[in-house]
Design a protein around this ligand. Structure first.
Ligand SMILES: NC(=O)c1ccc[n+]([C@@H]2O[C@H](COP(=O)([O-])OP(=O)(O)OC[C@H]3O[C@@H](n4cnc5c(N)ncnc54)[C@H](O)[C@@H]3O)[C@@H](O)[C@H]2O)c1
Length: 160
């Protein structure tokens, strides 16, 4: 179903072979954008044992704000999405494998433990992330820039 009109627009998607990047690319194509793909072959709350990851994600939020300011004169909007744990994604596959070892739990128990903290009681899907990203890229979000939007089912990002 075509939700948004991106006719005549071109989007550059990095990491589009992976779960989230691929879903974003597919959603934008469905909505009419020409998509150019590149691939290689917690930023808002901290996560124990992932300090380097959190630091990198926090930097993306500041980067988004600075870039939004820099590009505003060119009428280019810059926004960021902050998903919580996203099912069937590369990052979650790797991280959950670590938690099954550290917590000595099978994967379905790990998922149950984390979804219990999410008000909407499920993990994010790649489609959830793609749909919000597409709406941020559409004309309906023309007055939004420099924002970092949670897609977390009501929970703060990645506070495992
Ligand atoms: N999966 C989650 O639960 C989750 C939650 C919050 C945030 N995120 C973030 O979302 C992003 C995507 O996560 P994912 O689970 O889809 O990852 P993924 O590992 O499935 O996919 C990442 C893709 O990026 C590509 N890539 C890596 N470096 C690149 C580069 N320099 N240029 C172009 N492509 C490059 C990889 O080849 C891969 O295809 C990551 O930044 C991740 O930290 C993921």
């Amino acid at each position: 179903m075509k939700i948004l009109d991106f006719s005549g627009k071109t989007a550059l998607i990095t990491g589009a072979a992976g779960a989230i990047g691929k879903a974003v690319a597919q959603q934008l194509i469905e909505d009419g954008a020409t998509v150019v793909i590149t691939d290689l072959k917690s930023g808002k709350t901290g996560s124990a044992l992932m300090s380097h990851y959190c630091a990198a994600k926090g930097a993306i939020i500041s980067f988004t704000q600075a870039l939004a300011y820099e590009l505003a004169d060119y009428n280019i909007n810059v926004n960021c999405v902050c998903p919580d744990i996203t099912d069937n994604s590369g990052v979650w596959t790797n991280v959950s494998a670590g938690y099954t070892v550290n917590l000595q739990m099978p994967k379905d128990e790990v998922v149950k433990k984390f979804t219990a903290k999410i008000p909407l009681k499920r993990l994010a899907t790649v489609q959830d992330v793609a749909a919000v990203t597409a709406s941020l890229a559409s004309a309906g979000a023309d007055y939004m820039t420099g924002q970092s939007v949670n897609i977390t089912g009501g929970r703060e990002c990645i506070n495992l």
